[in-house]
Design a protein around this ligand. Structure first.
Ligand code: ATP
Length: 213
């Protein structure tokens, strides 16, 4: 059944993610309260949009004081489903996969990077930082045993569909698809998010053309 939150657009969810970063930064500086105008300066969004986004979830600031940072972080984490750590694996330990595993910015308390998988026997058993590369043959057993909920896909495009169809939706609930194959937002009851860096370049190219013409 569709509930209120299902109707919230992805754009709003992305903004909540931005607010969370901004709040954590303010907290790290020792701040306890924050006004929407401060979030606005950090995120480059109008204060009215921020207040409206938060009000959609029943979150309101205190008049003249703003929001309590700790409480707001807790609320946004709950909305984003970050109040429970999720186990993650990566499939395809090539150049992009290796870069993602090495990237510290993706590692935080909410996502536990458990392992990488590959079908190249030269890579199996090797480590990328603290992450071990396992054979693809062990994938489904591993997913079941370690309760893996999210898969990052960095295999060649030709392998994408085959791998997605092999994942057990009883355990895997989300896929971040970095291949150039465009997958639907949901397949086999698994949520999919496509991340295509080439596409992002095309979008920025369009924006530049529009601005400069
Ligand atoms: P490299 O040249 O080191 O393999 P790459 O990023 O250029 O890196 P790609 O051809 O894009 O290589 O493949 C990405 C990774 O996916 C490689 O490590 C490859 O061995 C792995 N791979 C290919 N097919 C599969 C598969 N079916 N299952 C798991 N991993 C796979």
């Amino acid at each position: 059944m569709e509930n209120f939150q299902d109707k919230i657009s992805e754009v709003v969810i992305r903004r909540l993610s931005d607010y969370l970063r901004c709040l954590n930064y303010a907290k790290s500086k020792g701040q306890t309260l924050i006004k929407s105008s401060d979030i606005s300066t950090e995120c480059g969004l109008k204060s009215s949009i921020i207040r409206k986004d938060l009000a959609r979830f029943g979150i309101f600031g205190m008049k003249g004081k703003g929001y309590n940072i700790d409480e707001l972080i807790k609320e946004i984490e709950k909305i984003l489903g970050l109040n429970k750590t999720k186990n993650v694996v990566l499939i395809g330990a090539g150049n992009l996969g290796t870069a993602i595993i090495k990237y510290q910015g993706i590692k935080n308390a909410n996502f536990n990077f458990v392992a990488a998988f590959d079908n190249n026997s030269d890579k199996i058993g090797k480590m990328i930082d603290n992450t071990k590369i396992y054979s693809n043959e062990r994938l489904n057993g591993f997913i079941k045993k370690n309760r893996i909920e999210i898969v990052l896909l960095t295999v060649p495009s030709s392998e994408t569909i085959k791998i997605v169809d092999s994942l057990d939706p009883k355990f895997v609930k989300g896929i971040l698809n970095f291949t150039s194959v465009i997958l639907p937002p949901e397949k086999n009851n698994i949520f999919i998010h496509n991340i295509d860096l080439a596409k992002e370049l095309e979008v920025i190219s369009y924006c530049m053309k529009k601005c400069l013409s």
